[in-house]
Design a binder for this molecule. Sequence first.
Ligand code: ZN
Length: 208
Amino acid sequence: MSEAGTQGKDLGLLLCNVCHKVNSAHLSHCCRCGEAISERDYSSLHKSWALLLTAAILLIPANIYPITTLVNQGVVTQDTIFSGIKHLVDSDMLPIAIIVFTASILVPWLKIIGLAIYLTAISFHLPIPKRLLMGGFHIIEWIGRWSMLDLFVISLTVALVNMGQLLDAKPAPAATAFALVILLTQLAAKVLDTRLLWDRLELEHDAN
Ligand SMILES: [Zn+2]
């Protein structure tokens, strides 16, 4: 059982984060791609926190400002994420309302909460059960695959709007904030050195 917890660094081996070649620990740069290699990238934790907090703050303008501007025969209507979903429900487009809700509210929130759970666990060594940590990790991994859904929804909305005789549909200020939320949460997950999480999960004295 104890062998399962053996780490590369204990054997004098380090993984290159770029090309994933296993290098000898005395090398400072990867012998295949030349990238600097280190035992653990602790600064990645700070970068990830900074990106995540910025994303969380941007969720506020993304939700309170209009995300679309529609011009229909000279009449300008603006919709926030919420009023847009409400309009879809009112117009009997429930399946589309569910997709928009999932992509623009559920997915961003799950990403931010999942990332916050595992960054907190690594940074503060909080007694978070291992099962919950792995749960958070799987949420992030799973959601990463669905990140294109957000873009899909934006194009779907524009297509729908153009089909119903509206003359013009343009993204409004919240669209920029929303796009940044998606981008920053993706980056926050990407920059983190996940070995820091595995270290935390493999602590011998950790409860649960
Ligand atoms: Zn390499």
